[in-house]
Design a protein around this ligand. Structure first.
Ligand code: PRP
Ligand code: ORO
Length: 217
């Protein structure tokens, strides 16, 4: 899903520099999918670093138009991609909407917040793809409301088979700025992680959906 090794390495390097990559095998992170993991990539931290958020914004703005043509609207997946999505929409001079994981229970009971017209071309901005569940839910909500989803751009993917399969099933065109392989390569080259952490990550990556089950035995 990455489109360019330089961007993938540079994005990984920036994530490591701002300490967005958290490792904890003793108290694993619980992911949106319920999986337990020794690693957490917190892309929300990007917004706190102007140079890094500008880099991500500019990479997205450049490549969204290259890959998908100029959309009518940018949609951010709530909440992680609202901030970066607005920056991208602003840079491209486009309207912005965001998509909740489910429809709001009160008020206007919207799942998609903001305004767009049926049939408009929409590109989805996502901060991170693990299993792909959240991204695909957002795409489905947009399609159900009549959007023509041209594709999705995400900052990072772990590249799990399950996400690749779901994306193919949904017939969705996706690119990401970086991925797990590039992150690991960079982390090792620059000694951001030690040998023990590397061994844990290698073990985890063999079967991420069952890793916690195995360690807790
Ligand atoms: O590919 P998936 O398995 O669905 O996981 C990835 C999703 O998890 C995170 O969101 P989270 O649900 O933690 O909510 P947030 O964006 O509000 O922080 C992240 O921002 C992605 O949207
Ligand atoms: O799957 C998730 O919930 C998830 C994983 C990760 O590394 N970072 C994140 O923000 N969410």
């Amino acid at each position: 899903m990455i489109f360019n090794n330089n961007t993938a390495e540079q994005t990984a390097e920036l994530l490591l520099q701002i300490n967005a990559i958290k490792l904890n095998s003793k108290n694993p992170f619980t992911w949106a999918s319920g999986w337990k993991s020794p690693i957490y990539c917190d892309n929300r931290i990007i917004l706190s670093f102007p140079a890094v958020r500008n880099y991500v914004r500019d990479e997205f703005a450049k490549h969204i138009e290259d890959k998908f043509g100029r959309p009518d609207v940018i949609a951010g997946v709530a909440t992680g991609a609202i901030g970066i999505g607005i920056l991208v929409a602003e840079a491209m001079g486009l309207p912005f909407v965001y998509v909740r994981p489910e429809a709001k229970k009160h008020g206007r009971q919207n799942q998609v917040e903001g305004h767009f017209e049926k049939g408009q071309n929409v590109v989805v901005v996502e901060d991170l793809i693990s299993t792909g569940g959240s991204s695909l839910q957002a795409v489905e909500a947009l399609r159900n409301e009549g959007a023509n989803v041209k594709g999705m751009a995400a900052i990072f993917t772990y590249g799990f088979d399950i996400s690749v399969e779901k994306i193919a099933e949904a017939k969705l065109d996706v690119f990401t700025l970086s991925n797990y392989d590039n992150l690991l390569k960079r982390a090792v080259a620059k000694q951001y992680i030690n040998e023990n952490e590397m061994a844990t990550l290698q073990e985890w990556r063999k079967s991420p959906s069952t890793w916690n089950v195995e360690v807790s035995k």
